[in-house]
Design a protein around this ligand. Structure first.
Ligand SMILES: NC(=O)c1ccc[n+]([C@@H]2O[C@H](COP(=O)([O-])OP(=O)(O)OC[C@H]3O[C@@H](n4cnc5c(N)ncnc54)[C@H](O)[C@@H]3O)[C@@H](O)[C@H]2O)c1
Length: 257
């Protein structure tokens, strides 16, 4: 089936907003959705990263938007709709990491992680929903984490936020699945991106940490951003038309051992 064969406006475009598009997985998702024929509205707080993305693709189907989603989520969706018209989808990919158990998590740390990783995806989803419901078709894909299902050490706020994202995914799928809007999630495992590199580099022994983080997956390595993007593209595309409220785990087996 053609990935762009579903309901679409007269000009044939299906516009998908990708947040955190300048990051490791977001860059791969953007590239993959462009290749699949979607029009991508790439959002990030990192304006330089967005410029890099533009230089890399130079594609009329890519438009970039610099927003801080902790304060401007609803304005972001309204602005993109005013610029690009009819919206088809949202990939909630932007997030931050915080290293710390509960004792090492201040109220400010907690608030920032929850604002970035749970409240912003909620506000973006709420803002795009009327567009999708009016169209009678659309998708939301939330990047959660295996940390939303299993306990990861020293990730108290991060795991709590990601568990919230999975709950939001299921609740919204229950509410809106009958309206042509599908809402699903992807749980990546350890994936080689700037987020992971930051954590490895800030550990006492980066080489040893890299080795441990690679070998803890039964497949014996970390994942690549393109491998996560493939699952996201599947959930955005029409091959997953009967999936709603689901979570696709892409973690090299990490969460089953
Ligand atoms: N890399 C992993 O191992 C891993 C594992 C599990 C889940 N994930 C999830 O996958 C997604 C992508 O992770 P990644 O590793 O590519 O991270 P990354 O740090 O490479 O990219 C995240 C991007 O989000 C952007 N961002 C953060 N806060 C923002 C805000 N307030 N407004 C706008 N943009 C903002 C950053 O600028 C960055 O470009 C995240 O949701 C992450 O939690 C990643």
């Amino acid at each position: 089936m053609d990935q762009t064969s579903g309901p679409r406006p007269a000009d044939g475009r299906r516009v998908v907003i990708v947040t955190g598009a300048a990051g490791g997985i977001g860059t791969a998702i953007t590239a993959r959705l462009l290749a699949d024929g979607f029009t991508v509205a790439a959002v990030d707080v990192n304006a330089e990263g967005l410029e890099r993305l533009e230089r890399r693709h130079g594609d009329a189907s890519l438009t970039t938007f610099s927003f801080d989603l902790t304060t401007e989520a609803e304005r972001c969706v309204g602005y993109i709709a005013s610029m690009l018209g009819d919206l088809y989808g949202l990939v909630n990919n932007a997030a931050v990491i915080h290293i710390g158990d509960a004792l090492a998590t201040s109220d400010d740390d907690w608030s920032h992680v929850l604002a970035s990783n749970l409240t912003a995806p909620f506000q973006l989803s709420r803002a795009i929903l009327p567009h999708l419901l009016a169209r009678g078709a659309g998708v939301i894909v939330n990047l959660a984490s295996i940390g939303g299902v299993i306990g990861l050490r020293e990730r108290a706020a991060y795991c709590a936020a990601k568990a919230g994202v999975l709950g939001l995914t299921r609740a919204m799928a229950a509410d809106h699945g009958g309206s042509g809007v599908r809402i699903n999630a992807v749980n990546p495992g350890t994936t080689e991106t700037p987020m992971v590199k930051t954590v490895i580099d800030s550990s006492g022994d980066p080489a040893a940490t890299r080795e441990i983080w690679s070998s803890r997956q039964p497949v014996g390595r970390m994942g690549q951003p393109e491998e996560i993007a493939a699952a996201v593209a599947f959930l955005v595309g029409d091959h997953s038309g009967y999936m709603s409220g689901s979570t696709v785990t892409v973690d090299g087996g990490f969460s089953v051992v």
